[in-house]
Design a binder for this molecule. Structure first.
Ligand code: UDX
Ligand code: UDX
Length: 468
């Protein structure tokens, strides 16, 4: 018999916690789901009557929020109260890379996970299942267990407390989070307490076929998440490394990707060359993997994964060099339109977006950027480009926000496409090109332009991995 879950609390109303809890609430109307967060502004945005103001953009999320919010899905800052009520608590707080101290630049900062564990230990009552949703270093569950157990053994505690810790990493990709949550490739649950594993399995089996629910020990579950992200990132570095060779040899990366990907053993997805991977996970998780390997003396293994990160940085550096070279070696005072700032299409997330590094470098070279992204706010771009010190620098005139593609590209010397938004695929490039200052260049880092369909063959277009 598994424990009957009636009340769930999720700590962290972010890109993972928000959508995941919304989908659980929509499939489990008998369960009350409370998503709590320390960030008042974020919680207010989740509660905004107008779903256009939700803090994150994910296709399909607004519909679920409209259906469940206020019924069995609630967003609040009442962390303690909701922990006390919960039978099951997800920890879905951010786990950034450490910026200082031991392991800086590689190890994960577990500050928020530890803090969450302490709050749970203090306020939970009776038997509570604690589930790691955040991506964590292997053996973090032990840290959580130690903190929880230290409290539950405390004789002075007013309430009886007992905990089981499970690992249940989330594999959703932003931009298609709802699709991934509704129809996941697999659900992974790690842990040894059978009743708790069964209770969590029961929740997912409301909409996920049982044979897709995998159960493992805690450590294998934690390591699987890091490994999955490392493998995905490795594919992108692999295809990007070959894109450079294509440009040298006259081969075309898209054709190579199709030819290679039709081999069933390799598979066709995740073979799009581009400006390098971004997002909150890949770099952080590989850095963490490298740190772990070094810790266990596996230096060859850590060197191997380090190369995946190196190729990613190199891809961005070489793009900047190509842009500069094609524009007669100087981009100073030239107008460059940047199309797309998010790290991938269909999200307003800019964490580790290649656009940040590329834009900063172009500004350093003296270019004047006109940036357009359909979903990223100007304030976010300001923050990412460090425009908070506008007054002391000349950054204000180096970076102008545009509210449409037309506004950004008009009289530009170059366009750099950095995100594969659908909107860009529908642009009439021949008409746009005419509005640019000649000789103009279009740098299409994401292959959104179908060159074969263009009637005017005299447009200067450069695409990643396309040898001329
Ligand atoms: C997730 C995962 O949890 C992370 O491990 C993974 O690697 C990336 O994705 P994500 O949901 O994207 O994180 O992070 P974010 O959008 O920053 O949301 C985390 C939320 O937790 C924030 O809203 C933050 O305010 C909240 N938080 C953080 C708390 O409520 N309490 C804390 O103590 C710390
Ligand atoms: C990733 C994992 O896919 C997901 O399983 C995990 O839970 C979190 O990390 P996410 O970062 O949201 O998800 O998006 P993803 O689609 O994996 O893209 C990551 C980066 O790789 C983006 O910058 C994207 O543009 C880039 N990418 C992806 C490519 O450059 N080429 C590809 O073929 C695929």
């Amino acid at each position: 018999m598994s424990k009957n879950i009636k009340n769930i609390c999720c700590i962290g109303a972010g890109y993972v916690g928000g959508p995941t809890m919304s989908v659980i609430a929509s499939h489990c109307p008998e369960i009350q789901v409370n998503v709590v967060d320390v960030n008042h502004e974020r919680v207010a945005a989740w509660n905004d009557k107008n779903v256009i103001n939700l803090p994150i953009y994910e296709p399909g999320l607004d519909k679920i929020i409209e259906k469940c919010r206020g019924i069995n899905l609630h967003f609040s800052t009442n962390i303690e109260e909701n922990i006390a009520k919960a039978d099951l608590i997800f920890i879905s707080v951010n786990t950034p890379t450490k910026t200082k101290g031991i392991g800086a630049g590689q190890a994960i900062d577990l500050k928020w996970v530890e803090e969450s564990s302490r709050i749970i230990a203090k306020h939970a009552r009776d038997f509570t299942i604690v589930v790691e949703k955040s991506t964590l270093p292997v053996k973090t569950a032990q840290t959580i267990k130690d903190i929880l157990e230290a409290t539950s053994k405390n004789k002075d505690e007013k309430f009886y407390k007992e905990f089981a810790v499970l690992s249940n990493p989330e594999f959703l990709a932003e931009g298609c989070a709802i699709e991934n949550l509704e129809n996941p490739d697999r659900i992974l649950i790690g842990g040894s307490d059978k009743e708790s594993v069964d209770a969590l399995t029961k929740i997912y089996s409301k909409w996920v076929n049982k044979d897709k629910i995998l159960t493992t020990d805690l450590w294998s579950s934690e390591l699987s998440k890091l490994t999955a992200n490392a493998f995905l990132a490795q594919r992108i570095s692999s295809i990007n490394s070959i894109s450079a060779l294509c440009e040298m040899t006259g081969a075309h990366i898209n054709e190579v990707a199709i030819a290679v990907g039709t081999d069933k053993r390799i598979g066709s997805s995740f073979l799009n060359a581009g400006p390098g991977f971004g997002g909150s996970c890949f770099k952080k998780d590989i850095s963490n993997l490298i740190y772990l390997c070094n810790h266990y003396g596996l230096n060859e293994v850590s060197d191997y994964w380090q190369k995946v990160l190196d190729i990613n940085s190199w891809q961005q550096e070489r793009l900047i060099e190509i842009i500069s070279k094609k524009m007669f070696g100087t981009i100073s005072e030239k107008k460059i339109a940047i199309l797309g700032f998010s790290f991938k299409a269909n999200t307003n997330d800019t964490r580790e977006s290649p656009a940040i590094y590329i834009c900063k470098k172009l500004i350093e070279e003296g270019a004047i950027l006109y940036i357009y992204d359909p979903k990223v706010s100007n304030q976010q771009i300001d923050k990412d480009l460090g425009n908070t010190q506008k007054k002391e620098s000349n950054i204000e005139k180096s970076c102008i926000y545009s509210s449409s593609v037309e506004q950004a590209v008009s009289s530009a010397d170059a366009i750099v496409i950095l995100t594969e938004w659908d909107e860009f695929k529908k642009i009439s490039w021949e008409s746009i090109y005419k509005t640019m200052r000649q000789p103009a260049w279009i740098f299409d880092t994401r292959s959104v332009i179908n060159i074969k369909k263009l009637k005017n063959k005299n447009i200067n277009i450069w695409q990643t991995g396309f040898g001329i």
